[in-house]
Write a protein that binds this ligand. Structure first.
Ligand code: BDR
Ligand code: CA
Length: 316
């Protein structure tokens, strides 16, 4: 079976990504590396540990990664992130304290080790900034040709950004790191706002989790309802919330959920275009491309699988 590592800034949709990866029978979740973004890196790691615990997955190790971007020395959580994901990243829901700590190995070293061990069987899924992956490539460039696939949530090609007219939040955290990743030898699939903003979850679905009467079902319903309410209150969407991060996990396991176009991508980071994900004109006529950009999604089929997986997981 394939092995998956998630790289999370554990907010609400990252929490849903953990559940999807655990529930999917076709993959082993071998670890979670932590990043900053929706919350601070320590909070992200703590959230992941707590969520794994209520999901009965106390064997999945959690690693600490970058606390800030490759071009800064400090990170503060944006107010809009707190509004969308809550001050603690998981919708203000208080989960029991995790019974185990994070691993002592760093996120970067864990990723490098896993790349050499599992090579083409390894799928790496960043659903936060690219800072960890960029640092791993810098430390051991050989991993670019080893890792089977990197499917990330981030960017926007055919629609506007959600932080600026160009920039999506994850890319906006560290555009330079994302640019280096795009230009590497990695096989990449970009699952951006082009498809995630079309893949919405409503309270009709979360209420079925609550009705299961289990700890996990209730916690995930409460966490996700905070996010659905935030989407409503901020006027992002009046019906539901975007399944950004769990869609990336779904596409990593079944590429047929989306239509993609092959492109050599870059990320611009000049002042006026910071964080824009766009085709690289300088490599437009290259014989090969390394990024598949998702531009359309079979959202009904995806939602069916998403609900099937998560409901089964929350039942136990
Ligand atoms: C992305 O930014 C984060 O807030 C979400 O968790 C998601 O990964 C959406 O732009
Ligand atoms: Ca995220």
């Amino acid at each position: 079976t394939k092995k998956m590592i998630l790289d999370l800034d554990t907010g609400v949709d990252d929490a849903l990504a953990i559940a999807y990866a655990l529930a999917a029978p076709e993959v082993d979740l071998i670890g979670i590396v932590s990043s900053y973004g929706n919350c601070l890196v320590e909070q992200s790691a703590e959230n992941s540990l707590k969520l794994l615990e209520i999901l009965g997955a106390t064997d999945v190790p959690v690693f600490i990664g970058a606390s800030h971007s490759s071009t800064t020395d400090h990170f503060d959580v944006m107010q809009v992130s707190k509004d969308i994901h809550g001050n603690n990243g998981i919708g203000e829901v208080e989960l029991p304290k995790a019974k185990r700590p994070v691993e002592s190995q760093t996120a970067v070293d864990f990723l490098i080790e896993a790349a050499h061990k599992y090579t083409k069987d390894l799928i790496f899924v960043p659903t936060g900034p690219m800072t960890n992956l960029d640092a791993a490539l810098a430390k051991d460039p050989a991993i670019a040709k080893l890792i089977g696939n990197v499917t990330f949530m981030g960017g926007a090609l055919t629609v506007e950004g959600n932080v600026t007219p160009y920039a999506e939040a994850n890319i906006n955290q560290d555009a330079e790191a994302a640019d280096r990743v795009m230009r590497s030898d990695l096989n990449i699939v970009m699952v951006g706002l082009d498809v995630t903003l079309r893949t919405l979850l409503t309270k009709n679905e979360t209420s079925t989790w609550r009705e299961l009467g289990t700890t996990a079902g209730k916690a995930y319903a409460d966490i996700t309802d905070f996010y659905i309410d935030a989407y409503y209150n901020l006027g992002i969407d009046k019906t539901g919330c975007a399944l950004h991060d769990p869609l990336a996990v779904g596409v990593a396991l079944d590429a047929s959920f989306v239509d993609t176009i092959d492109l050599n991508m870059k990320v611009t980071y000049d002042e006026n275009n910071y964080g824009r994900t766009i085709g690289d004109n300088a490599r437009l006529n290259d014989a090969t491309t390394n990024v598949k950009v998702a531009v359309n999604v079979d959202k009904d089929r995806y939602l069916g699988v998403f609900m099937d997986y998560l409901t089964k997981l929350f039942k136990n």
